[in-house]
Design a protein around this ligand. Structure first.
Ligand code: ZN
Length: 90
């Protein structure tokens, strides 16, 4: 007998941001990984604790914050976000 319960822990469609999103490494809305896709411009759309949540400039930002430009705040450089994410994981 095989139990499916033990391998179904990874579920789709959960609303809570991932660790990468909380670190500002991926889009809050569409999940684009800014480390792999430097093309889309990321803007700050929200905050969780003292971290910036980012989304792609345009449609994603408007869905997240109501403005295509997000909030009027400059996101941390990608390298700094990566460094903090790697340092912050415990
Ligand atoms: Zn996006």
């Amino acid at each position: 007998m095989y139990s499916q319960d033990s391998i179904s822990g990874r579920r789709r469609g959960r609303p809570e941001p991932t660790a990468e999103t909380l670190a500002g490494l991926t889009c809050l809305i569409c999940g684009t990984d800014y480390r792999n896709a430097p093309g889309p411009e990321a803007v700050v759309v929200s905050h969780r604790d003292d971290k910036q949540l980012l989304a792609c400039h345009g449609t994603c930002a408007r869905m997240a914050s109501g403005s295509v430009n997000g909030v009027d705040e400059t996101p941390l450089p990608l390298a700094e976000r990566v460094r903090r994410h790697q340092a912050g994981g415990s």
